[in-house]
Design a protein around this ligand. Structure first.
Ligand code: ADP
Ligand code: SF4
Ligand code: MG
Length: 355
């Protein structure tokens, strides 16, 4: 018989139970990125339409601690890749701050950003699109070493490329080949070797295994875990696939329409999901921890980010929605260590934990 307990009492609202004094590597505060997707002015005047703004990321707060894998999960279009690009400086912010070791890199000049760029790397979903098809693998991996001026002599660079290839399970001769001569999994290994070439401390991995077969996915995820240990890496890992997230993460953030709705330690979040959306996502996947949870598909469609629902954006799909949910955006309740949930029903004690 499983015990049922109220998830959060309202007195917890706003209070933090995070007792750790450790400073995070990244502290993201009120991060926003809006895209103006309006048609040209003349069309707008003729059609009597206003500007159209996609709020891809709309006020997101989270921290990433040294050596951990923090994952973002959520359905397609919820803003995961936009956050990935913001964090490594590939996209500018609309608002908010991105503190890397206490410095707000969102406010950095180009020159200041150049000084930290080699410490932050990114791996993409499609290695074929991110590897120059006309370059040999050796040149692809050597590029960051040369761009950041990390080594100069030809022989030293060649030796370093060899070590990097071997470090990801390939061999020195592979440096003479072109990307098309490799399988999808091997190409992702090349991307990882290139990302490691600048000795980064932090890597954003945006759906790095989503294009691979399941058996190859597991190999790449295991390789990434080994490399994390060896090189003392911190990961921001992005995936729409909860099984992959379960495999690799320490902590998980669940996104819905440009906002984080729940953050928590992986086991805690998978065993005792608090937010109705997290519960819906978990109910739709095979039972990872044999908890006996029934499996049901994710219900309803994600609304358009051009015209998101008022209040809690999840309210049209939520079985626990009330009038308050339609009007008020729920604030985060910090009722777990290094995590929170943003939901009126949790705050009001209307939801019961089922672990
Ligand atoms: N450069 C862009 N211009 C306009 N809209 C964009 C741009 N990049 C992303 N978007 C929109 O922002 C939303 C979030 O996209 P994205 O971050 O790619 O989501 P995810 O990675 O979770 O699938 C989507 O509605 C997408 O269409
Ligand atoms: S705030 Fe309301 S609508 Fe949103 S998840 Fe909680 S109960 Fe559902
Ligand atoms: Mg994406």
């Amino acid at each position: 018989m499983r015990e049922a307990a109220p998830l959060a009492a309202s007195q917890n609202a706003g209070a933090s139970v995070d007792s750790s004094a450790e400073q995070p590597v990244f502290r993201i505060t009120n991060l926003k990125r809006h895209f103006d997707v309006s048609p040209p002015l003349l069309n707008r005047l003729l059609e009597r339409k206003g500007r159209q703004i996609v709020k891809a990321v709309d006020g997101v707060d989270f921290e990433i601690y040294r050596g951990e894998t923090f994952s973002l999960v959520g359905e397609s279009g919820c803003g995961k890749s936009t956050i990935a690009k913001l964090v490594v400086g590939l996209n500018g912010t609309t608002d908010g701050s991105i503190e890397f070791e206490g410095q707000d890199i969102a406010r950095h000049s180009r020159r200041d950003m150049d000084a930290v760029r080699h410490r932050l790397q990114m791996i993409f979903q499609d290695p074929y699109a991110s590897l120059n098809p006309r370059w040999r693998v050796g040149e692809i991996i050597a590029e960051p070493i040369q761009v950041f001026g990390l080594l100069e002599g030809k022989a030293e660079i060649k030796q370093r490329v060899k070590e990097l290839l071997e470090g990801v399970g390939l061999n020195a001769q592979d440096s003479e080949k072109y990307p098309h001569e490799f399988s999808g999994g091997q190409r992702q290994r090349i991307s990882i070797a290139r990302a490691l070439a600048s000795n980064p401390e932090f890597i954003v991995c945006d759906e790095p295994t989503s294009a691979l077969d399941v058996s190859v996915q597991a190999q790449i995820l295991n390789l990434m875990k080994e490399l994390q240990q060896q090189h003392d890496l911190t990961y921001l890992f992005i995936s729409h696939d909860l099984s992959v997230v379960y495999h690799i993460s320490d902590r998980v953030g669940v996104m819905y329409l440009g906002r984080l709705v729940e953050v928590g330690e992986k086991h805690e979040l998978f065993r005792r999901p608090q937010h109705p959306y997290t519960r819906m996502l978990l109910d739709s996947i095979p039972d990872l921890e044999m908890t006996g949870r029934a499996r049901t598909p994710v219900g309803g469609e994600v609304p358009s980010p051009l015209d998101p629902p008022s209040g809690c954006a999840f309210h049209p799909r939520c079985p626990h929605a009330t009038a308050r949910c339609q009007q008020e955006v729920p604030l985060p309740i910090h009722n777990v260590e290094r995590g929170f949930v943003a939901c009126h029903a949790v705050e009001e004690g209307r939801l019961i934990a089922t672990d």
